[in-house]
Design a protein around this ligand. Structure first.
Ligand code: G3H
Ligand code: ZN
Length: 289
């Protein structure tokens, strides 16, 4: 199937009153697991590459992006590519040629006025290239190895009035909101602020994005989709599944040296997790007709 765009998948999800799942990929096994897991669930999916993943790959976007494009083109479901948590303008500018239809520009670490100015410039550039752009307002914790559980700190949450101003002045296509989730959680124990989500959803005409979804319990996730989340970002849950499977396999086979055997167990564990999460999201929606 030809590569599709994140914008189209978000629009489709909105029509079905569900959310599109976006999974962070680091290795070829992640790519294969996300595509196979989504095919099993029968749903489109977003493959996303974070700036941190590019850093891990020696600063080169090309090899992982090309693998993702090829996997997307051979998939039996629509797949889009998204560049995630971009802080570097140099990386941002590589997106269109590398096959990405969308980017998340992350200037949320900056004070409001600076986040606004930087995001405005990124959005103007992205739109001139035909890219869909997401930005973040509020502090979704747990980035770059910082402690994950600061989601409830005073001032961390996205303020609805500020969000309205931010979206209107930047022209972004979607907004990542801080409503109680945090990145890199290894337990599903986050408590979302559903009342705040409803206010944000009522205030804003753009789709809202949930980051740090690995730490969100299934019921909370389904409720968040019903409450207006249109894109659900998942990373750590796949890494936890991969690592658990590898640890288990190598523990039982200490003599193993062929990576195909243990990587296969890790890839299957990630595939199952992808299918499971997409099914949780689809619980909230209506069937495609
Ligand atoms: O942008 C990526 C996501 O927010 C992933 O967060 O690794 O906690 O699931 P997670
Ligand atoms: Zn994130």
């Amino acid at each position: 199937m030809p590569l599709t765009t994140t914008g189209e998948l978000i629009a489709r999800a909105a029509r079905l009153r569900t959310a599109v799942a976006a999974f962070n990929i680091i290795t070829l096994e992640h790519i294969e697991a996300v595509v196979t897991g989504a095919e099993t669930a029968g749903a489109p999916v977003v493959l996303q590459v974070s700036q941190n993943a590019v850093k891990f790959r020696g600063g080169r976007l090309g090899p992982l992006a090309r693998a993702a494009v090829t996997a997307a083109e051979q998939a039996h479901i629509p797949v889009a590519l998204h560049l995630d948590h971009v802080q570097s303008d140099d990386l941002l500018r590589q997106a269109p040629d590398a096959g990405f239809s969308s980017v998340m520009y992350d200037a949320a670490r900056l004070p409001y006025a600076e986040n606004l100015t930087a995001t405005q410039a990124a959005a103007d550039w992205a739109h001139a290239q035909g890219l869909w752009i997401e930005a973040e307002l509020g502090q979704i914790g747990g980035k770059d190895g910082r402690p994950p559980l600061d989601a409830h700190a005073p001032g961390a949450r996205t303020d609805p009035a500020e969000a309205r101003d931010f979206v209107a002045r930047t022209g972004v296509d979607a907004l990542a909101v801080a409503i109680g989730s945090a990145h890199a959680m290894t337990t599903r124990t986050a408590a979302l602020d559903h009342a705040l989500l409803k206010r944000l959803s009522a205030e804003l005409a753009v789709p809202l994005v949930l980051h740090g979804s690995s730490g969100v319990p299934d019921d909370e996730l389904a409720e968040a989709v019903e409450g207006g989340i249109g894109k659900v970002n998942v990373g750590t849950a796949l890494n936890a599944a991969l690592t658990r499977a590898l640890r288990d396999h190598l523990g039982r086979h200490p003599e193993a040296v062929d990576p195909r055997a243990y990587l296969a167990t890790g890839r299957t564990a990630m595939t199952d997790e992808v299918t499971r999460i997409i099914r949780v999201l689809d619980r909230a929606g209506v069937s495609p007709s």
